[in-house]
Design a binder for this molecule. Structure first.
Ligand SMILES: Nc1ncnc2c1ncn2[C@@H]1O[C@H](COP(=O)(O)OP(=O)(O)O)[C@@H](O)[C@H]1O
Ligand SMILES: [Mg+2]
Length: 269
């Protein structure tokens, strides 16, 4: 079983609106092949940014969403049985390291720490990936870069990256874009008129002010796009906002009532 790197090449330019100097910073970091952490709340554009940068740098992008059941084998590879016997299959990290792709580990803290240590030798000067089961030492391709995403809001002490892991990376902070840019993004991605997009952004901004005061996290750009797309399909704005923006983020009746008040203020009853 051979994995073709071509499937990881991003063909068309992804739509990405810069929020600050993140493109310039990332390009410089890639020039040094510095391992990077993209830090920021969920749904604020980290994945889209990574897709855009991979396209811009003409590198294939191998993405893996991390979870706590993930093992080192899920990253580096394993022996599989097929008609001819056992064959080794490279995992996503190995594919990226061999072929000079950017490897994006999404929500890396979800992985157990004994899994995360596998990336250590790749993130120092040696840029090595040991495949213990296979007795092979992969020297990372010169174009390989490791990038992980991380949402600082969710971390507990038990679920955080080790300091010894963190110190191997550079980091870029991501935030929700400012009003004008976020309005453009929501209009572009959902197809909704700019005027409606602006109202959705208004509701989101109010919700974000409640973060840490009853809401774990405010309404994300991604949720606004969902709501906009529902409105485009003919759903009444108020219902669309409830379905896509408020009900998913809280079960608390008082909080839902407060959020509903914001929606009414922008869209009417
Ligand atoms: N700066 C941006 N430019 C273009 N689209 C964006 C931007 N930020 C967010 N989006 C839109 O929001 C959606 C969610 O963003 P995503 O990158 O998946 O968030 P994250 O990975 O941070 O959870 C994207 O699919 C995209 O449509
Ligand atoms: Mg993401």
């Amino acid at each position: 079983m051979q994995t073709s790197i071509n499937q990881y090449v991003i063909q068309a330019e992804p739509y990405y609106r810069p929020v600050a100097d993140e493109i310039e910073l990332f390009e410089a970091a890639y020039g040094l092949r510095m391992p990077m952490i993209l830090k920021g709340p969920t749904g604020c554009g980290k994945t889209r940014f990574m897709e855009y940068m991979a396209w811009r740098l003409s590198r294939p992008l191998v993405t893996l969403a991390c979870n706590e059941d993930m093992t080192a084998s899920d990253l580096v590879g394993r022996y599989l049985l097929d008609a001819e016997g056992t064959v080794w299959q490279d995992g996503p990290l190995t594919v990226a390291a061999r072929h000079g792709a950017i490897c994006y580990l999404d929500e890396v803290v979800e992985a157990r720490q004994d899994t995360t240590v596998i990336i250590h030798p790749l993130t120092d000067d040696r840029r090595l990936l040991p495949l213990d089961k296979r007795g092979e030492l992969v020297h990372a391709h010169q174009d390989f870069q490791l990038v992980v995403s991380y949402n600082p809001g969710y971390q507990s002490v038990t679920k955080d990256l080790k300091q010894s892991t963190k110190q191997r990376f550079g980091s870029i902070d991501f935030h929700y874009p400012d009003v004008e840019i976020e309005t453009d993004i929501v209009a572009h991605e959902s197809g909704v008129a700019r005027e409606i997009a602006a109202k959705l952004v208004g509701v989101a901004q109010k919700s974000r002010a409640l973060r840490g005061r009853g809401l774990e996290e405010g309404i994300s750009t991604r949720m606004l796009i969902h709501a906009g797309a529902l409105i485009e399909r003919g759903i009444a704005p108020r219902r669309a906002c409830q379905l896509a923006m408020t009900k998913p983020i809280t079960d608390d009746e008082a909080m839902l009532h407060a959020l509903d008040g914001f929606i009414e203020a922008y869209f009417g009853p």
